[in-house]
Structures are given as C-alpha cells and as structure tokens.
Design a protein around this ligand. Structure first.
Ligand code: SAH
Length: 404
C-alpha cells in the first residue's frame, strides 16, 4: 500500500511557487492568503487564475491555491495536495451544507434562504453562494474561482439534489472586469420562485437587479433582535433596502415604521414586501431619500433608529474618511432617538474592526452629549462563519445603544 502522500502527489501536477525564506509561517498557521512580496518570483509570470502549489524555499509542499495579479497573489483552496476538480468541489460543498444543516437552515420551512458558501469562512476564498428557496445565486469575486464555475455548478447539483431548482451566476459586478465578457445569467434550471421565507416572514428577492446576491442575509439575527424590541414602538429604518428590518418591526407590533433608502427600486420592493406580509400600509411610510437629507428635514424622534449603511470603506486607504462618515451618521442618528430609545448601528466595512467601530460610536455619543449604554454587540450570523485563522473575515459589526 502506498502511503497517503504518494497517492496525493500523483493527483496534482500544478506548477510550484516557492516562498521566500521564513514567509511560510502565516500559511502554516492556515491563513489562506499569500501576499506577492512573500513569493520568490514575480507572480505576473503566471496567468491569472492558474492553480499552483506553494512550497517553502526548499520545495516542501504547503498549500494549493490560485493566482491573482494583485497584492494577494495566491488564495489557498487546500492545505493538502489535491486536485481542484469536481470531486474537490463536491467535498467542499458537502462540508458547507452539513454546517448549514447543523444550524437548522436546511429543510426549514420558516427560513428557506441562507448563505451556503461564505468565502474564506468556508475555506473557499473568492466564492459566495446564497440559496433562495432552491435557487443558488453565485458570486465569484476572482477570475480564479470563475474558471471553476461549471464544476461548482455540477457539485451544487450533486450536493443539493432535488433541493436545487436553479443556479444563477451573478459574478459580473464582483469580478470588476477581470473576466472580459462575463455576464450575469441563469446557468442551470428554472428559477420560478423568488419569494423566500425568513423566520416566517416573506421577502421577494430580486437577484438579477438587486444589490449583492439580492438580499442581505447577514442581518437575519439582528432583524430578529429588532423584532423583539419593536412592540408598540416607533421605528426609523434608514438604508432600509428592501425592508428587512421594517418588516420585522411591523410584524412584531411596531406602532409606526418609517423606511428610508436612496434607491427608488429598493423602496418599491420594500412596499411589495410589506404587502406580501399583509403588513398594514397605514402605519408604514417608505421614502426614497438620502438618509442625511431625511435627517435634516425631520424634527421627529423615534423609539428605535436603525443605521445600516453600505460599506463606507472598501480599502485601508479609505478608512479614515469612512470613520468620519460613521461618526457623522451616528451623531445624526442619535439626535433622532427619543429619551429611553434604542439605536441599532452597523458597519459592514471589513477594514473597520469592532474596537475602532465602538470608539467611533463613543465619539458620536460625546459629540451629541447623549449618554448611552451598550446593550448588544452584534455581528454576522453563523452561516457567514469566520475562519479563526482569517480574522479579516469578521466584517459585520453592530451595537445596540440604549440612549438616555
Ligand atoms: N438594512 C438592509 C440592507 C442595507 S444595504 C437590509 O436589512 O436588507 C445598504 C442600503 O443603503 C442600500 O439599499 C442602498 O441603496 C442604501 N443607500 C446607500 N446610500 C444611501 C444614502 N445616502 N441614503 C439612503 N440610503 C442609501
């Protein structure tokens, strides 16, 4: 019987890429990125997307990954020597699916939408797969992952079986032009159902023209928490998108909900979502407006104010300005919270860590002179797991402040 390593060695013939001496340490701690400066050669000599075996300076195998021409030069797909083929994708998706099953998200009539694959959190940098009532919506963030789309689609059929109705590829935006001609579209099946359930509430998800994969699944637990506080309350939901927080508030007995989003399409879908849940139109108002101008033009205060803006910073260079933006927004939001009310405040910028976010909220409280207590520290739900070796994956931060 050959030993395991011999079997594996035959399985993959990818080109080897050597690291500079000492640069193997972060990979040995299972961090899945190789920065270009760690490599003993210029990454541009290898075509983007190509699979490579990373070795230490002596040629000893460390990991298999794919190349990208950027500061992150290789993203790791496996720390053992294996071929990245349909079997690999089946094994990978089986693991992700087993985790979602353990979380109670599969075969659950109350919640039939969830994230099946969350990039590094599921060991697959660059790949997002969200499931909406049997339709898998895929976003490839790199050309390296996009090359595997047909195999990923096959693996999805294998792993989800009858549960998979359709696969929609929504990678054209997230590839940022890295694959010329890549366009969004259905790559398998027929997607005839786009109304999903989340904790028993209904939402129509427009994955074709909506943001990201169509819906912000990452706020599921936080929407539920808001629901618990909503009975009899007045609620202002800013950056409301298609009304996730608004529906939870109304369905949990809020007295009045105002939703604000700059996108007219989002407000239109938000109103449809209200109707889908038979939420009364008389105590909800949706307004297509910029949040800051809405704040300027209203004197009303609310029992609960929600601030869930898009990422203000996409890179470390943009972080300072983003923090100023979060502070200004929180300060304006705090002014709209009545005495004894709550502020739900979030940041989904990966480059803003939770300590910095909390400090920024502190600065806003000081500026407005509103004493506040932290009741909850919020983050992303369990189907958006954080690989412990890749702390950068913890992107969603939130606080619930009790405002005196
Ligand atoms: N809370 C939402 C997700 C928010 S996504 C949910 O649970 O589903 C961020 C939203 O902010 C997007 O819908 C975008 O259209 C909106 N947006 C961006 N800039 C804005 C601005 N200046 N004022 C109001 N809305 C804005």
């Amino acid at each position: 019987m050959p030993v395991k390593n011999e079997i594996c060695t035959k399985m993959n013939q990818y080109q080897s890429l050597r690291l500079k001496p000492g640069k193997e340490r972060s990979l040995q701690r299972l961090h899945p990125w190789v920065f270009s400066g760690a490599l003993a050669m210029d990454i541009k000599q290898i075509p983007e997307g190509e699979l490579v075996n990373i070795t230490d300076i002596n040629g000893a195998f460390i990991a298999t990954g794919y190349v990208q021409h950027g500061s992150i030069a290789v993203r790791v797909l496996a720390f053992e020597k294996t071929s990245i083929d349909t079997d690999f994708w089946i094994r990978t998706l089986e693991k992700s699916f087993a985790l979602r099953r353990m979380l109670g998200l599969t075969g659950n009539p109350l919640t039939n939408c969830y994230r099946l694959v969350h990039g590094e959190g599921d060991g697959v940098p660059g790949l997002i797969i969200d499931i909406y009532a049997g339709t898998a919506v895929i976003q490839c963030h790199t050309s390296g992952i996009y090359l595997h789309l047909p195999a990923i689609c096959e693996a999805l059929k294998h792993v989800l079986g009858q549960g998979l109705k359709a696969v929609y590829d929504k990678s054209s935006e997230t590839l940022h032009g890295a694959v010329p001609g890549a366009s969004n579209g259905l790559i398998y099946g027929q997607a005839d159902e786009n109304v999903v359930s989340e904790n028993g509430m209904k939402f129509r998800v427009d994955w074709e023209t909506g943001q990201k994969t169509g819906f912000f699944l990452d706020q599921r637990d936080n929407r539920q928490l808001l629901g618990q506080y909503s009975k009899g309350k007045t609620v202002l939901n800013t950056f409301a998108y298609t009304g996730g927080f608004s529906v939870y508030a109304l369905m949990n007995g809020a007295r009045q909900v105002d939703s604000v989003d700059v996108s007219k399409n989002a407000i239109q879908l938000l109103n449809e979502n209200m109707a889908l849940n038979d939420a009364s139109a008389t105590n909800h108002r949706g307004e297509a407006a910029d949040t800051f101008s809405f704040f300027k033009h209203t004197d009303q205060t609310y029992d609960i104010v929600i601030l869930d803006p898009p990422a203000f910073a996409k890179s470390v260079n943009a972080r300072h300005n983003a923090l100023m933006g979060y502070k200004r927004l929180a300060a304006e939001g705090l002014k709209k919270v009545g005495k004894g009310g709550l502020l739900f405040t979030f940041s989904c910028s990966q480059v803003v860590d939770s300590h910095t976010f909390n400090q920024t909220m502190l600065a806003a409280a000081i500026e407005t002179g509103r004493p506040a207590k932290i009741l909850h520290r919020l983050t992303q739900p369990a189907d958006h797991p954080v690989n412990i070796f890749h702390p950068e994956g913890e992107y969603l931060k939130g606080l619930v402040l009790y405002v005196e």
